[in-house]
Design a protein around this ligand. Sequence first.
Ligand code: GUN
Length: 572
Amino acid sequence: MFEISKRDGLARLGKIKTNHGALDTPTLLPVVNPKILTLSMDELKECGAQGLITNSYIIYKNSELKKVAEEKGVHGLLNWDGPIMTDSGTFQSHVYGEIDMQPDEILNFQKKIGVDIGTVLDVFCEPETRFEDAKKELEETQRRIEESDKNKGSIFLAAPIQGGRHLDLRLKAAEMASQTNAEVFPIGGVVPLMEKNNFEKLAEVIIAAKKGLDISRPVHLFGCGHPMLFALASFLGCDLFDSSSYAKFASRDSLMFTWGTRNLEELEEFPSEFSAAPDITVNQLKAMEKKQRQKIIAKHNLIVSFTEIRRVKQAIHDGLLWELVENRLRTSPALMKIFSILKREMDWISEFEPAYRYKTPIKTGNESDDRPIFSKLANSFKSGDMVHPYFGKVPNHLSETYPFHPGLLQDDIEGWKMQDWNVDRVQTILDYQFGKGIGKILTKGETDLVVSRKTKRLRNLLLNGEHVASLSHRRGMFILQKKGAELIHKSSKSPKFRVIVDADTAEFNRKGKSVFCKFIEDIDSDLRCMDECIVVTPDDQLIAFGKLLVSPKELGLGQQGMAVRVRSGIKS
Ligand code: GUN
């Protein structure tokens, strides 16, 4: 039900397929209170909503709403034909104390009214709850998840991850929930952290949960509706957000921006992001009748939120999410504190780093030094003819290779020059990409460098007339071809460079079919997502080569789907 099409570290672009259409993630589900419609369904759609979240408990407790929902279904009640997720009443227990509801009663109601994603009646664990109590509450939540999972019928089940502020409990909760067949994992109990601007704890809690969650399923961050958090939460691997904030903030005249919140009172001018009512001035908005004003501000809050969602998606596509997150964190002291959490968790974060990104990485400030790409490669060459502002001395031969190629730094690299193609240069790139020594191995014999006459770019590397590799111009790195894969296989020991697959499925790969995660028996843990790799059987016969689409760490966390896009199979 969840297909991932692109990754940037832990962040992903995905698609959740429901009976009422798809949710393209990351996305925001606006909260609709069926009793008070701040914006119409058409307005929600115009702002960018693909799906909604509403509360089955509120519907259940209101006899009129309940009757309509039971007759027409939740889609008929709200007059919305796209995906609808429902919450279960747990949040009401956080706000009002004990609620009068049984887990099976509210699950059955969600099934009855035909929701697309229904939520378990979990136990809301407050951040202050002590370990022993939090543990007991978690056991109860897990019992309810398991029970609901057995009885969910045809709806997707959202299984909340609780555990309060206790990171070991969050990890345990995530591991236990991942043992069930729940389709979505919301991280719960975090609203109090967001309300108190305790973003450090929020980041820690997300990370602890992600460490234990089955990574193939979507993660929802319950109650996260402020656009300043979307980039960070997506970066840490969250896929869904929900927002009642757009309406709640509007009811107190608060306008949301990616850089914070402003009360209408404080505003002398509209920031450029304000487009909800382009023809009015700040003073005209201030003078409006409350209901009309609230509607415009709610619309503004949602427009800004969905604009940020689109920006995050584009950043994932470009491989520039890290830069966006850094910029967002610098907008407030409370968010700045997250940098220290990221630094502490850098080893874990770096397990998901890709071999290259579509765009060259950019430092946005001092904290960028801690990014794996910069900390690992800074001053890693003893000598070099060009002096890169991020990496120090770099051999001229890598002047067009990721991440040393100029990108936006065209004028900032001292000594940067277009280089001619020769075997020396090819060897330097291969050594950098695959490890020292591979350059010599792939060029030992009679080499032929096929260079485009028009662009002067290297196209192919041939050895004794056989195709070893092609060069990707965008990243200045090599793409393996048959001879290259054979030489790498022959010259290295398992599991280096290898994805080892189940012998029974090897024939498919030999025919050029892609490798799926579930058939992988072992993998070189040094490989990175997007690396060139070779595919072998358990007895180390070379059967194919291609591009790895996941990180080895993800395989350990239950990733499914395509793992290696096979470029070509190798016949026995
Ligand atoms: N909405 C906000 N937080 C929570 C939570 O922890 N559980 C549920 N079910 N809904 C929420």
